[in-house]
Design a protein around this ligand. Sequence first.
Ligand SMILES: [Zn+2]
Length: 305
Amino acid sequence: MNKEQYLDFLASWQEIVFILVFVALGLAVLNYLLFQVRYQSLKDFKEKFDMANEKQIKMLFRTHIFLAFAIFLFANTMSYETMQIKATWFFIRLFVAFCVGFLWGYVAQLILKFYYPGKLEKRLKKLRYTPRVNPETGNKMKLLSEEEEDAYLDEGMQAEENVFSVDYDVWIDPATGFTKIEKYKGHLSALECDRCGFQTLRLSKEEVVREATETEDGELFKEYKCSYCNRIKRKTVILSHKIKEQSETARLIDDPLAHDNRIAVIKIEIHATNGEVKEFDFQNLDQAKQFLSEFDLEKLHEDSY
Ligand SMILES: [Zn+2]
């Protein structure tokens, strides 16, 4: 490439890249505005919450990628006179522009990952706890407390609340009794990390280690991970055992061990005054009782001699 060709190339580059700067800027603005328009058009606070929670950070990241690209392109149109001196300058500018654009994207990503979630969390809280309005009457609704809300949740919902990181909010219109139930996923919202202090501690794993049975408590394992300092916090939650049916409870009080499947063996040791010890094994309490009621030391001696 001779000098003239290089200058021609430089001139076209300048024109095309300058247009591309505006294309990238336009995409950034469009991406941001489309989100805002959609978000503002939502009337329901829960829908707003979901959109902000799931899409806000991704949208901002995309916006900053477009911006980083616009910066990279714009830097490639600067110092036109210097570029005309030598082609080397062109490559130096290309490299520097790339570094600046990359840095922009990188810093934006850091802020969105570590600092921004805390800010977003505040907004999400506001969206979640802003009093709902009854669409029929326009009355302000009241958020029920954890204890009060159980009456409005079906068994499945309650179980879900107890076991997994799910929260149901029950809003009620005190005047008409109209209720609105909203489901929130606990693992989506981040907690404040107790090591680094950022709002970046999230539930990363949740599994039932042992199902609760009729007689024994179960265990639920939860693992939280901080996306900033990588702190891992593990927690085991006890799942209280299921309450038995009324009739079974009644029978249990009557005869607590008769049909208890926890009992594998009943051992009875009989120590006689002469130092003789006899041991008997039974599979259940009925057999043992039967044995004891018919027990006779004389008979035992007859047996043993
Ligand atoms: Zn942390």
